[in-house]
Design a protein around this ligand. Structure first.
Ligand code: PXP
Length: 239
């Protein structure tokens, strides 16, 4: 079974809506781990709209599985990564006005800048993943800049308007995952995955990690965190 990375950003979104101290993403992370999550994922955004530096600090102390920090490729964030030493850093593009991460990193056009940040992080013994679209040129470039892993953006697959389009996007993900494996990189996937669309992605043998946030937190509000995570884990386990 793939490792399920539960992204707890939107627990923090609910907290920040009122600037209260609850609900605490740290509690959600502990419940997620007890329910079978193999990783906790957070995105510390420049505008701090959900996850705060305090969450990163406390989660670093409390997460029992793996802590995956999604972050922009900036010097400010590299400094924080060095301070808190997450098990994995996933570099993502970030624009202030976007609702969520809208596309993958364009490694091809920012080869030197991204390569520098990857090297910087790896020098600090941090495993580095690049969040990219399922595009073979991007996969090759991720390898060229010495990324340990990639995470494939599944947004277009999830938002496909027809079965034909969905199958086409699925093939792009399969091809990109195979290419990454051939090049010796680990391969994750995420963005937009939910209880209805996760199965075909979960069956791709080359993908060893899935990061899922909004759908799990959305269900947790209604049925509880434990059940929401267990139901996703069951879907990943099913043959
Ligand atoms: N993976 C990455 C790199 C992301 O940026 C996000 C969104 O924060 C996710 C996975 C999770 O996406 P979703 O909340 O749609 O499940």
């Amino acid at each position: 079974m793939q490792r399920l990375g539960v992204n707890v950003d939107h627990v923090a979104t609910l907290r920040q809506a009122r600037k209260t101290t609850y609900p605490d993403p740290v509690t959600a992370a502990a419940l997620a781990e007890l329910a079978g999550a193999g990783q906790i994922t957070i995105h510390l955004r420049e505008d701090r709209r959900h996850i705060q530096e305090r969450d990163l600090k406390v989660l670093r102390e409390t997460v029992q599985t793996l802590l995956n920090l999604e972050m922009a490729a900036t010097q400010e964030m590299v400094k924080l990564a060095y301070e808190y030493k997450p098990d994995l850093v996933t570099l993502v593009p970030e624009r202030r006005e976007e609702l969520t991460t809208e596309g993958g990193l364009d490694v091809t056009s920012q080869k030197d800048a991204i390569g520098k940040v990857v090297k910087n992080l790896k020098d600090g013994d941090i495993v580095v993943s690049l969040f990219i679209d399922p595009d073979l040129d991007q996969v090759k470039m991720a390898h060229r800049v010495s990324a340990d892993r990639i995470e494939l953006h599944t947004g277009r697959y999830c938002e496909a308007h027809s079965e034909k389009e969905r199958q086409r996007e699925l093939s792009r993900i399969v091809d990109a995952a195979k290419a990454a494996t051939k090049l010796g990189m680990g391969c994750a996937a995420g963005h937009g995955l939910n209880y209805d669309n996760v199965r075909p992605i979960a069956r791709i043998a080359e993908i060893d990690e899935l990061n899922i946030g909004h759908a799990i937190v959305g269900r947790a509000v209604l049925v509880g965190f434990d059940r929401a995570v267990r139901e996703m884990v069951e879907l990943l386990r099913a043959p």
